[in-house]
Design a protein around this ligand. Structure first.
Ligand SMILES: Cc1cc2nc3c(=O)[nH]c(=O)nc-3n(C[C@H](O)[C@H](O)[C@H](O)COP(=O)(O)O)c2cc1C
Length: 213
């Protein structure tokens, strides 16, 4: 058995759709137990309303919100953690950061050391910071002692030149468009499925072997 948790933040639904695709890929691996969680939203309702995000937030209102009392189970209890965050100026969102900053207790007792970690993202514009968002999030995963897995070039869809697409060796990604109206393409969703499957396969090989590390 291998336990994989996908943890995401999303406002307009792009990262949520990618998270579902990541989870679908992970579930293709025999013995995988996969759950999806969203991080708590910190923006007030009025701000979300101004962002036109009430409807899109409702799309994934059924996904459980990870709260402090669940950290032990959701983070320490997994073999692999796959994080999805939209870009904010080339970094993860503050909402996602708040969760990472709450993991000090787990960090201090090495609870995430040796677990597999991976990141996927989205941005408004094509070159708006997808790679930097994933890489700067990797820094946090490294501090937590995680083994980082990206999206290898064996996933050929990231080489496509006949259409605009997200996806890089760092991880799956989608381009939301400056007005957030573009939806994740099939190419991008396939890359997300690949990443979910690949991370899970690696986590399965390592699961239960922490003492050997
Ligand atoms: C405060 C703020 C900063 C942002 N910074 C960037 C940026 O630097 N580059 C970019 O391409 N998009 C940027 N965006 C757009 C978001 O990344 C985009 O809305 C998001 O990827 C959509 O994902 P979601 O539908 O899951 O919320 C920013 C959005 C906000 C609200």
């Amino acid at each position: 058995m291998v336990k994989v948790n996908v943890i995401f933040h999303s406002i307009h639904g792009h990262i949520y759709k990618m998270a579902e695709a990541i989870a679908d890929g992970a579930r293709e691996v025999k013995g995988a137990e996969v759950e999806i969680y969203q991080v708590p939203e910190t923006l007030p309702y009025e701000v979300l309303e101004k962002m036109g995000a009430i409807e899109t937030k409702n799309l994934f209102a059924h996904i459980p919100v990870v709260t402090r009392s669940m950290y032990e189970d959701v983070f320490a209890g997994a073999d692999a953690l796959i994080f999805g965050t939209p870009t904010r100026y080339g970094n993860m969102t503050a909402q996602m950061r708040t969760v990472f900053d709450g993991l000090g207790g787990l960090w201090s007792r090495d609870a995430l050391v040796g677990k597999v970690g991976s990141v996927f993202t989205s941005s408004g514009t094509q070159h708006g910071g997808q790679e930097s968002t994933i890489l700067t999030t990797h820094v946090t995963l490294l501090h937590l002692g995680m083994i980082i897995v990206g999206l290898p070039y064996s996933e050929k869809r990231q080489r496509r030149m006949d259409e605009i697409t997200g996806g890089s060796p760092y991880g799956a990604s989608t381009i939301a468009g400056a007005d957030e109206n573009r939806q994740p393409s099939e190419n991008e969703l396939e890359m997300a499925r690949y990443q979910g499957r690949y991370v899970t396969q690696i986590a399965k090989k390592l699961a239960g072997r922490e003492k050997e590390l």
